[in-house]
Ligand binder design. Structure first.
Ligand code: HSE
Length: 353
């Protein structure tokens, strides 16, 4: 089967994914039997295209974009396309939802996901809104329609935190987790400790594609909190209302605080912590002074780290990229391959294949 893909949103993540799809096309077919064609792309700022009897040439499109152009400059681009039209007109097998996160309503992404799933289309998303606010409903809708709703890219970009916890650790009880889940703030804190100003560090994080479209989400702790909510609801079956969870970002930390903490032999980290106590689960996000001997202290830049507390193994930690164009694009690729594997009823890699 050749999977028909539609990409909704073509910013940092969409372009990162497109580059990976181009670079790895042959290898994906050879190793996993995964073949694809991108039948449509729509981005609110860049325009859209739908090619029913063929595919979008991603290499050509990326050249246009690298040269300062937009999707609207691709031959045959449609002026009338919109997000829901992409789903209806292009009729993909998989919708890849990579629009901007809105933690207030989850929209318009929740509507995009609903529309696709109700029409028997698998959904893969890196958008935290649907996963944090509407996951149960979307999982149910997916199951009723015989398709999958997957969201690996919502936590730790392409570092497979969700697949690790739900797949590799299946059978273990996860009673809590703690970690660094926002790449932008970890990058800023690392750079500030090295002497850079907050503004310069944030500007660099934006240039490198780490920050959200509105970086307030990163620096005020919303992004880390959204990830905590996604993990808590997925792994510990606990729903949190984002606005009710204690949350502090890093904006109140001044260079003098960072200097002082350094002198104390400690380092600031923005931590997400979720713990079960007396049958209740508590979640919080706040900057914490960690000892330099704490393994989290050495996790610098946009790297993330997450420790799951499990009944069988004790703590299990995963460390890896937490933000970035290709890094988050890779999370989508992981989910595409899982959909492929489950649909064909075979493991991704088989001995002798
Ligand atoms: N803005 C996010 C971060 C991107 O910095 O971690 C990945 O979710």
């Amino acid at each position: 089967m050749i999977w028909k893909l539609a990409l909704l949103g073509f910013g940092n993540v969409g372009q990162g994914l497109a580059r990976l799809l181009v670079e790895k096309r042959k290898e994906l077919k050879r190793k996993y039997g995964f073949e694809y064609k991108v039948v449509g792309i729509y981005d609110i700022k860049m325009g859209g295209i739908c090619i029913k009897d063929g595919e979008v040439d991603l290499e050509k499109l990326l050249k246009i974009i690298d040269g300062g152009g937009m999707i609207a400059d691709y031959p045959g681009a449609s002026k009338d396309l919109n997000a829901l039209g992409l789903i209806e007109m292009c009729q993909p097998d998989i919708l890849i939802e990579m629009t901007f996160t809105d933690f207030e309503t989850g929209q318009p992404a929740v509507t995009h996901c609903r529309q696709a799933l109700a029409n028997g289309i698998h959904v893969v998303t890196s958008n935290k809104g649907p996963a944090a606010l509407a996951k149960k409903e979307l999982w149910k809708l997916a199951s009723e329609n015989g398709v999958q709703f997957r969201f690996e890219g919502t936590v730790m970009s392409g570092t497979p935190a969700i697949n690790l916890a739900t797949g590799c650790l299946a059978g273990a009880k996860i009673s809590g987790f703690r970690g660094i889940l926002n790449g932008t703030t970890n990058f800023i804190l690392t750079k500030m400790e090295g002497g850079m100003t907050y503004d310069a560090a944030l500007a660099e994080a934006q240039k490198l594609g780490y920050a959200e479209a509105d970086p307030t989400g990163d620096v005020e702790g919303w992004d880390a909190l959204g990830k905590g909510v996604i993990l808590a609801s997925t792994l510990m079956d606990t729903e949190f209302r984002i606005k009710e969870v204690p949350r502090k970002g890093i904006t109140q930390l001044k260079p003098a605080d960072i200097e002082q903490t350094k002198k104390e032999g400690k380092r600031w980290k923005l931590l997400v912590e979720c713990r079960e106590k007396d049958g209740k689960v508590a979640l919080k996000v706040e900057p914490v002074k960690v000892d330099l001997t704490d393994p989290l202290a050495s996790v610098g830049g946009a790297t993330n780290a997450l420790t799951f507390d499990t009944d069988v193994l004790g703590p299990v930690t995963i460390i890896g990229a937490g933000a970035g164009r290709k890094e988050t694009g890779f999370s989508i690729l992981i989910d595409l391959l899982w959909i492929h594997s489950i649909a064909r009823g075979k493991p991704l890699l088989e001995v002798g294949e």
